[in-house]
Write a protein that binds this ligand. Structure first.
Ligand SMILES: [Zn+2]
Length: 215
């Protein structure tokens, strides 16, 4: 049975690296995958970029109003057509299909789009692996992450370490090197006079920097 997986972690927990590794594992077995991500992430435009330097183009971007199940169906059938065009002789008469849909930056999906992911899994019988950050810099769940936490069959945490050595669970925001605890959920780098950065932190270090504040 296909499942919806949510693999979440703080920033810098290697989510994109894990996603690209998962894609590679499928393809090594001769299977096909589709890669997608929300268009809101400006970091890599149409690419998934891991911090290790591996980069790969997505098959499609998901814009805020998009119906993800339709987009998926469109790209799935394109894969079928590609198979017919090339008349691949040696796959045992089996039709080429998508073995898995992989989503990067899934925290930026809308609630409705995550609902679509569950429909893809259950009604179209294709596993979906969604990777994302659980909470924003004020410790509030991103909309996509909240819905994934509600719907996913399987939750898996990708771990990273705080400066103190404990497991990091929050993402503190720095503007010009100083911690800030107010602002929009998504800060667009290019629009900021001071460069916005983030530090993955444990709850203890976060509360020390925020003076006890959460959100
Ligand atoms: Zn810490």
């Amino acid at each position: 049975m296909a499942k919806l997986y949510f693999r979440y972690g703080a920033m810098n927990s290697g989510k994109s690296t894990a996603l690209l590794q998962a894609a590679y594992n499928y393809e090594e077995r001769g299977q096909h995958v589709l890669l997608a991500k929300p268009a809101i992430d400006t970091k890599g435009a149409e690419q998934i970029t891991s911090r290790l330097g591996v980069t790969r183009d997505v098959d499609f971007l998901i814009r805020p109003g998009d119906d993800v199940r339709s987009l998926f169906a469109e790209h799935r059938s394109r894969l079928h057509r590609a198979e017919v065009d090339t008349l691949i002789p040696d796959h045992g008469g089996m039709s080429i299909d998508v073995a898995c849909l992989l989503i990067d930056e899934a925290q930026f999906l809308t609630r409705e789009q995550v609902d679509d992911l569950l429909r893809i899994v259950v009604l179209d019988a294709v596993p979906v692996l969604a990777y994302g950050i659980r909470t924003d810099f004020r410790t509030q769940a991103f909309p996509g992450s909240r819905r994934l936490l509600e719907l996913a069959h399987t939750l898996e945490e990708l771990k990273t370490i705080c400066r103190c050595g404990r497991k990091a669970i929050f993402n503190a925001r720095l503007v010009g090197g100083r911690f800030v605890f107010d602002g929009d959920q998504v800060a667009i780098d290019e629009l900021s006079a001071d460069r916005v950065t983030y530090e993955s932190m444990c709850a203890e270090c976060y509360l020390r920097e925020s003076g006890g504040r959460l959100g």
